[in-house]
Design a protein around this ligand. Structure first.
Ligand SMILES: [Zn+2]
Length: 169
């Protein structure tokens, strides 16, 4: 997908997650999660700019998702230890920032892959183990209606989740 399509899918994935976090009392964590998912929604497409790496190759895989999760876990663990930051989620107690970092980093990449798997070019989730590309072939990546449609749907989903979460508090 193009940028706005990826923004839209990030918002769609974030909406229920943000709702759960806000209703569990972790408003700051919800904000950080949403901002990170939007900010890095195009991260795997860095392969357009790195010479020698094929597009939708290594950076469009579950392995890359795990790697980014690992980097986030390290950053989360560092912040948690050095700055004494913790995340408290009702029902879960104190959640380690390293664990949450891994979840957030890998989810951000997987969400991008979801945006690309609906296009005919598909995604090789299991690179480098397999060469098989998975595709739902719903729309070409450049389709304007899909890209902006997903964006509008995403904005609507987050708006609805926000209203529901506020009413529930
Ligand atoms: Zn991509």
């Amino acid at each position: 997908m193009y940028r706005f399509g990826h923004f839209g899918i990030s918002l769609l994935v974030f909406a229920p997650l943000g709702f759960l976090l806000v209703t569990a009392g972790a408003v700051e964590l919800a904000f950080v999660t949403g901002a990170t998912m939007l900010w890095l929604s195009m991260l795997p497409d860095v392969d357009h700019r790195v010479p020698g790496i094929s597009h939708r190759g290594p950076t469009h895989s579950l392995l890359f998702a795990a790697l980014v999760g690992g980097v986030f876990a390290a950053v989360g663990g560092f912040l948690g230890q050095r700055l004494g930051l913790t995340a408290t989620i009702d029902g879960f107690g104190t959640v380690g920032l390293a664990a949450f970092g891994f979840f957030l980093g890998s989810l951000t990449v997987v969400t991008h892959l979801l945006g690309d798997v609906i296009t005919p070019m598909g995604v090789n989730f299991l690179w480098p183990v397999s060469k098989k590309r998975y595709s739902l072939s719903l729309t070409p990546a450049k389709n304007t209606l899909w890209n902006y449609g997903l964006f509008v749907l995403g904005v609507f989903a987050v708006a609805a989740a926000t209203v529901l979460a506020i009413r529930g508090i």
